[in-house]
Design a protein around this ligand. Structure first.
Ligand code: AMP
Length: 272
């Protein structure tokens, strides 16, 4: 991967990277298309990164379908797919980690203690493998986007970290590879998450800026939903991911819920 990217760069071609865990959907493909518009070459990485999963999480059953993913990448005009084995990424003796503070001390960072350390470590490796000018991440994983942006800045990396809007199903559910876990009843409950977030954004537009009041509003909308259990509801600064008491600048309302056994996350910008 690195020699291919080096050859492209030597030929004066710009490189875009879209890191994924595969099981590609329209959300991933929107990032691919953005990269293809903005770069001469686009690389998609497909790697279910073991070190970003907790011991009791879904690493083993995470959906994997490389043949289908390669087809989709081919149709989307991807120039290279980088799909390493875990033993290539983390050979015997591998002992480094990339650790960010503050930004990882809220939301999923507190609920999934080693998650972002695993994410930053693999993204650092992917950046060194594909040598991208630009790397594309979805706003759906807002904390991940903020963390990777911060890592690139903190380590003087020459890559531009580009965010792109969340792609949703017709009923509002944010697309996610994990939606495949949902049975029919769970799938029917899932759109209530975005309904609650949209309602929070509307409340903010009506002039409510108190975070507790907005969080209560979301909680009331989610608490009656069958099969759904709230993991967190938080209002955070859009850049630092610090929880806010009152919204005065760019902010997000972010939630994590369990629907049955499946943990889903989503967020919405609070803006006037
Ligand atoms: P994943 O394969 O879930 O690790 O996601 C790979 C990239 O795709 C990440 O940058 C995600 O934020 C992004 N992504 C996942 N779902 C969506 C979505 N529904 N809309 C936009 N981007 C997404």
């Amino acid at each position: 991967m690195q020699s291919l990217a080096t050859a492209w760069r030597a030929a004066g071609l710009s490189v875009g990277l879209v890191p994924t865990m595969g099981s590609l959907h329209e959300g991933h493909l929107s990032l691919v298309r953005k990269s293809a518009r903005e770069n001469d070459r686009t690389v998609v990485s497909i790697f279910v990164n073991p070190i970003q999963f907790g011991a009791n999480e879904d690493f083993d059953r995470y959906p994997r379908d490389l043949a289908r993913d390669l087809d989709l990448c081919g149709q989307a005009g991807v120039d290279a797919v980088f799909s390493p084995a875990a033993a290539e990424m983390y050979p015997e003796g591998f002992c480094s980690r990339v650790e960010l503070r503050v930004l990882t001390e809220s939301l999923c960072g507190t609920k999934r203690p080693h998650h972002f350390c695993g994410v930053c470590t693999v993204v650092m490796k992917l950046f060194h493998a594909a040598l991208p000018d630009r790397a594309y991440f979805g706003q759906k994983d807002a904390q991940q986007l903020a963390v990777v942006k911060r890592m690139a800045r903190d380590f003087n990396m020459r890559v531009a970290v580009v965010g792109a809007p969340t792609v949703r199903e017709a009923d509002g559910l944010a697309m996610s590879s994990r939606n495949a876990y949902l049975n029919a009843a769970e799938r029917a409950a899932a759109p209530r998450v975005f309904e609650a977030l949209s309602s929070a954004a509307a409340l903010y537009r009506q002039g409510v800026s108190d975070a507790d009041q907005i969080k209560r509003h979301v909680d009331e909308r989610l608490s009656g939903v069958p099969l759904l259990r709230v993991d967190y509801i938080e209002i955070v600064d859009a850049e630092t991911m610090r929880p806010l008491e009152s919204v005065t600048g760019p902010a997000l309302c972010a939630v994590a819920v369990y629907i049955g056994e499946t943990r889903l996350i989503d967020n919405i910008a609070l803006e006037v």
